[in-house]
Design a protein around this ligand. Structure first.
Ligand SMILES: [Zn+2]
Length: 491
């Protein structure tokens, strides 16, 4: 059997005005051909897929095309979009005769002028491989499921967990492929689009309404006719024409069953819409006082509005401003992604005391904050620490800058956005020495979990803010809950 395989991922945040370039992907590694197999061994959707096929005993010649991953961010540039399209086309044209295609994407990527980047990529694939080749698509469950995705693939599988388990999703895709290729199953899909978007505070699948919804999917899968039930609570920063939550049910040839379960799944999610909108985050001053008063650290302060893992720009200074204004003495660790500040501090040099404005330079959500601090360290930003599906990252030139009780890791690019303790350690900082750490994520606390005492969600504004009603939506279909009061999820 000959199976072509590729993996491309970027989650777009339409409220971050900075376009994501090819350099943003290159910072995490772009691999082609045989290098994909070597780099993704045992990791990511790609690695999980390859391992599952091997475990099933299917003899396969893999035709790896490309692996690329970009941190969530603004829409990808036309150049970046065309680069990947050209790689896909060239890879498939030179692939020879294929038995299947395994395509691993994020599912919520938009480009300049293109809402459904991944649907367009699938269309390119189908145009080359024809309508009959089995195509299995694996996605992040924060994907925006579109008509093209469903029409152009044989089966779609999505993450079953938040925090994500990309390897697990890749395994599901690999197992699905094996069963199709052995003639054991003939997948059919039914899907429902919901007129629903919610903030991310209830996105963990281990608790609350998301657990109930995902548990239902797993229960449905105990029926042997059901191959996969994918719930897709679309990430809440994608402002596109087909935006909204979805559910996709894959059965073995039983369309009526798939349709019925898709309705049941959509109905359950819709029935919990108010619970999905429940806020756990608290005002910034309250959060900092609570962290300061904690008996032990490290207290994680989740800067929800500036979630870089959700595509925000990482230029918020709201927590720093509050720490300085409130006269907090506890030590605090935080990232800042701001090339112009890096340049100024590099020019000043190690040991220099510098007064300058920090934050607020890129996203348009914040005002610069003038602070005085001392440059502790300047270093190149290549870090051999895995982040999600990539084995290392380059966050660009990086400055460690001490401002009162706060230590800022200021970098040119996102990197791991301070969400991974080992990234700080690469620059000589031990996060355990700090009472509080500001994380630029609203869900991915797993990296800090071994050293943190608690998580406080901070209700901050920004491109990832929980106040979804306050964001400048332009393209999502209306009416949609909670932007509009509507009685049904059906469009
Ligand atoms: Zn996701």
């Amino acid at each position: 059997m000959r199976i072509a395989i590729l993996q491309i991922g970027q989650e777009t945040n339409d409220f971050n005005p900075n376009s994501a370039t090819l350099a943003d992907f290159a910072g995490y590694g772009i691999y082609e051909g045989a290098e994909c197999l070597a780099k993704m061994r045992g990791t990511g959707q790609f690695g999980g897929c390859v391992d599952a096929v091997a475990a099933a005993g299917l003899a396969v010649e893999w035709i790896p095309i490309i692996v690329a991953w970009g941190m969530a961010g603004g829409r990808i540039t036309t150049d970046a979009r065309l680069f990947f399209e050209e790689k896909i086309v060239a890879g498939l044209r030179h692939a020879g005769k294929l038995d299947a295609l395994a395509i691993h994407l994020h599912g919520a990527c938009a480009a300049e002028g293109v809402d459904d980047v991944e649907g367009a990529q699938l269309a390119l694939c189908r145009a080359i491989v024809g309508p009959d080749l089995p195509v299995v698509l694996s996605l992040d469950h924060h994907a925006n499921i579109t008509r093209q995705m469903v029409a152009l693939s044989n089966a779609i599988v999505g993450h079953r967990h938040q925090p994500h388990d990309q390897y697990d999703t890749g395994r599901l895709a690999g197992q699905m492929l094996v069963r199709i290729l052995r003639g054991e199953v003939k997948p059919v899909m039914a899907w429902r689009k919901l007129r629903l978007i919610t903030h991310q505070e209830q996105y963990l699948t281990s608790r609350g309404p998301m657990k109930i919804w995902f548990d239902q999917a797993r229960a449905m899968e105990t029926d042997p006719r059901v191959l996969h039930v994918g719930n897709y609570p679309m990430q809440p920063w994608l402002d596109v024409a087909e935006g909204g939550w979805a559910t996709v049910v894959v059965t073995d040839g039983d369309r009526a069953l798939a349709e019925r379960l898709a309705d049941e799944s959509a109905d359950l999610a819709w029935s919990m819409r108010a619970e999905f909108m429940k806020m756990d985050s608290i005002p910034v001053d309250d959060a900092i006082r609570q962290a300061d008063a904690a008996t032990k650290g490290v207290v994680v302060l989740s800067d929800t509005g500036d979630t870089v893992f959700g595509g925000a720009a990482g230029d918020s200074n709201l927590v720093l401003e509050a720490i300085l204004r409130l006269g907090i003495q506890s030590r605090a660790l935080m990232p800042l992604i701001e090339p112009q500040t890096v340049a100024q501090l590099v020019a000043a040099g190690v040991g220099a005391q510098v007064t300058l404005p920090v934050g607020g330079s890129t996203s348009g959500f914040f005002q610069p904050l003038t602070v005085t601090g001392r440059v502790r360290k300047i270093a190149p930003g290549k870090v051999n620490v895995p982040v999600f599906q990539q084995p290392s990252f380059d966050q660009g030139q990086t400055v460690i800058f001490d401002v009162g009780p706060a230590t800022l890791m200021i970098s040119e690019r996102s990197g791991s956005a301070g969400n991974v303790p080992d990234a700080y350690r690469a620059f000589g900082i031990e996060p355990k020495d700090y009472k509080m750490a500001v994380l630029k994520t609203a869900s991915n606390f797993q990296f800090f979990a071994p050293i943190s005492s608690e998580v406080i969600r901070v209700n901050t504004r920004g491109p990832g803010q929980s106040d979804v009603r306050g964001l400048p939506w332009r393209r999502v279909p209306r009416p949609i809950y909670p932007l509009d009061e509507i009685a049904s999820w059906r469009g």
